[in-house]
Design a protein around this ligand. Structure first.
Ligand code: 5AD
Ligand code: SF4
Length: 331
């Protein structure tokens, strides 16, 4: 381990930090919002811009190179363009992405690109407006306009994400692949993770990646991609190239593919300043006292404590029981 790389006790290099900048959202995705969710944080509990920039400075000093701004819906945060620019300006930040539902992207894509944002991941669970509305409660046309604006803004990479749910959006799989391929964007399909309402978390709603790949194979030849060759990031996704269409399709088999935890390079910060070493584990470390009262060494110590306890694997398999809901963490 060099002075500028951080590793968990088992040797995994951790250099990717996801920053939730708000727990609020302007959509209501079936797979995200807990039942009757009203637990919005108060403004005082939310990290300020200065606190976020400070924790990024400490994290960058420790060896975090890649950052992603998430939510809730990050574009709801006031001054998000300015905050993006300030994060990008921190020395050591080599990649800065954002995950958004795309609803407010039409006006913001250009300014965000100007501010240094390298890429956006946009949630796109359906291309049929009614199905899109059923999943998210939102208006598909605004998201499509947002994706067009992102394409025009010249981001290095725009990825589209779809969470699979049986009986809800499986007929959208092939249209989504064609839409993404026509725009030269990777299309990623994600298995439903147990982070949401009980009624959605029934095993009968679960749609496995293997079945999704069968749908693609009925249309085209599906060829596994070696990641290093195409430089498509090192997150949990595996990629396939479709021979005829040329589409690049990513899969995140959060439940049926057990082995991605050993490639996990990330930690998360919630909007109220809790550092989470693993999405699928309730363990949290509070950064707030160090950010509000302490010095940079205290902030560093919280990172190191969290790293030392980074779980070897998520607990989704064990908690995948409708009777046991989990709280929301934000995308
Ligand atoms: N299961 C799988 N993916 C989820 N996301 C949010 N909630 C879930 C869940 N329960 C993903 C969506 C969204 C991103 C922000 O997080 O893909 O695009
Ligand atoms: Fe909002 Fe994203 Fe959650 Fe949907 S998945 S409710 S868009 S935060």
């Amino acid at each position: 381990m060099s002075a500028t790389s951080l590793a968990a006790p088992d040797g995994r290099v951790v250099d990717y930090l996801r920053l939730s900048v708000t727990d609020r959202c302007n959509e209501r995705c079936l797979y995200c919002m807990p039942e009757g969710y009203k637990g919005w944080q108060s403004r005082e509990d939310t990290l300020t811009d200065d606190e976020i920039v400070r924790l990024v400075q400490v994290a960058a000093g420790l060896g975090f190179r890649k950052y992603r701004i998430t939510g809730g819906e990050p574009l709801l945060r006031r001054n998000i363009v300015d905050l993006t620019r300030r994060i990008w300006d921190v020395p050591g930040v080599e990649m800065l992405g954002m995950s958004t539902n795309g609803v407010m992207l039409e006006k913001l894509a250009g300014p965000l690109r100007q501010a240094g944002l390298c890429g956006v991941n946009v949630s796109l669970d359906a291309l049929n407006p009614e199905i899109y509305h059923r999943v998210t409660g939102g208006d598909l046309s605004r998201v499509l306009a947002g994706i067009d604006a992102a394409l025009a803004a010249g981001f290095e990479r725009i990825k589209l994400n779809c969470v699979l749910m049986r009986g809800v959006n499986e007929q959208e799989i092939w249209p989504l692949v064609e839409y993404a391929a026509a725009r030269d964007c990777p299309m990623r399909f994600i298995e439903l993770m147990p982070l949401t309402r009980r009624d959605v978390l029934d095993e009968s709603n679960f749609f496995p990646i293997a079945e999704m790949l069968e749908i693609l194979r009925a249309q085209d030849e599906v060829i596994p991609v070696e990641k290093d060759k195409e430089k498509i990031g090192n997150g949990p996704a595996r990629y396939y190239r479709l021979k005829k269409t040329g589409a690049l399709v990513g899969v995140i088999g959060a439940l049926t593919e057990t082995c991605f935890c050993d490639r996990c390079n990330k930690m998360r910060v919630t909007a109220d300043g809790k550092l989470r070493p693993c999405l699928g584990d309730a363990l949290e470390f509070d950064l707030m006292p160090a950010l509000r009262g302490g010095n940079d060494a205290d902030v560093t110590n919280v990172f190191l404590a969290a790293l030392a306890k980074k779980p070897l694997a998520h607990g989704f398999k064990d908690v995948y029981q409708p009777a046991r809901p989990m709280t929301a963490i934000g995308g």
